[in-house]
Every structure is written in structure tokens, then in C-alpha cells.
Design a protein around this ligand. Structure first.
Ligand code: AMP
Length: 188
């Protein structure tokens, strides 16, 4: 059973790689960013609350995203594995996830950390801003997202290393090469 977390800075290619891995293992991709963007599009109360944080490059409050993931992980389609893309991003989220997955008997067994240097990330995100026109891809917002990543999400690397779950994968190279490197880890 593959119960996977994808970590890495914004723009590391988590979404692209996550899609490929989920197709390969036929497991659902749970992207909190995608769920929140959909809620904004549908103008739900969740969307209205999340939008101000996302537009500023801030993290959405822990209780909100933990609630989303809790609902999603309870679903039947997560019984045979799942991939979390962009969650957890804080220690509080990681601890809540531990409790939840223990309770649901769906404990995480792989944490893939996609590593990409900061200058490369900013370059990639600015390019994505031009192509996708995401409201949260302006330079100021990108810098803010990076700051939040370093302050709040980096500590999770140690958290999962101590649990012996962390695998670092270089996020530089062709998309196919990176997928192959991830598959080598997951196929063990
Ligand atoms: P992403 O598409 O994963 O880069 O997420 C886009 C934005 O959604 C982030 O910059 C946050 O504002 C919000 N977001 C997504 N996932 C989380 C999370 N796990 N915790 C807090 N905020 C999140």
C-alpha cells in the first residue's frame, strides 16, 4: 500500500510528478492547493475564507486545511493508497495527520521531498505566472510563499527524517528522469 506525501518548495514540480505517480499506482491525488482553488472558483464559504490568504502567499489556517484532508482521507477511494500533494505544510498539520492516519489505519509510509534551489524556484514560478496567470504567482507573492516555506515547512523535513520516512529526490532534470527516480523509491 502506497500512502505517500509529496513535499518540496512551491514550484518544485510536486503537482506534475504527483499526477504521474497517481496514474501509475491508481491512487487518488489529494492536493490541498487544488481543492482550495476549486472552492474559490465555486465561491463556497471555504473558498471565500481561503482566498485572502492564498492571494497574499500566506498559508491557509491549519484548522481549515486539516478539516479538508480529514474529510478527504475518510473516503473509500483512499483505502488502497493515496498521495498528499502540498499537505502537510506545518508541524501542526503533520501531527494532526499522524493522529488521523493512525485512527483511519492509513499511516504514511513514504515521504518524497523534491529538492530544488531557491533561485531556480523563483525563475520557474515567474514563468508559470506568465503561462497560467495564477493570482498567487506575482514576484512579491512568490517571495512571501518562499519565506513561509522556509519558516514553516522546512522543519517537516527533520520531522519525517526522524521517523525514517524521508527520501530526498533531486527536482532538477527532465520530468521523465525525476519520475523514474521517484518510482525507484516507491517500487521497493
Ligand atoms: P499549492 O498549489 O500547493 O502551491 O497551494 C497554493 C496555496 O494554497 C498556498 O500558497 C497556500 O496559501 C494554500 N495551501 C495549500 N495547501 C496548504 C496547506 N497544507 N496549508 C496551508 N495552506 C495551504
Amino acid at each position: 500500500m502506497k500512502n505517500i506525501i509529496f513535499m518540496g518548495p512551491p514550484g518544485a514540480g510536486k503537482g506534475t510528478q504527483a499526477k504521474r505517480i497517481c496514474e501509475k499506482f491508481k491512487i487518488p491525488q489529494i492536493s490541498t492547493g487544488d481543492i482550495l482553488r476549486k472552492a474559490i472558483q465555486d465561491q463556497t464559504p471555504l473558498g471565500l475564507e481561503a482566498k485572502k490568504f492564498m492571494d497574499a502567499g500566506e498559508l491557509v489556517p491549519d484548522e481549515v486545511v486539516i478539516g479538508i484532508v480529514e474529510e478527504r482521507l475518510k473516503a473509500k477511494d483512499c483505502d488502497n493508497g493515496y498521495l498528499l500533494d502540498g499537505f502537510p505544510r506545518t508541524l501542526k498539520q503533520a501531527e494532526a495527520l499522524d493522529n488521523l492516519t493512525e485512527k483511519l489505519n492509513k499511516k504514511i509510509n513514504y515521504v518524497i521531498n523534491l529538492e530544488v534551489a531557491e533561485e531556480e524556484i523563483v525563475k520557474r514560478l515567474l514563468k508559470r505566472a506568465e503561462i497560467e496567470k495564477r493570482a498567487d504567482d506575482t514576484e512579491d507573492v512568490i517571495r512571501n510563499r518562499m519565506k513561509n516555506y522556509y519558516n514553516q515547512t522546512i522543519p517537516l523535513i527533520d520531522y519525517y527524517r526522524k521517523k525514517n520516512l524521508l527520501v530526498n529526490i533531486q527536482g532538477i532534470g527532465s520530468i521523465d528522469e525525476i519520475t523514474d527516480n521517484i518510482l525507484k523509491v516507491l517500487e521497493n
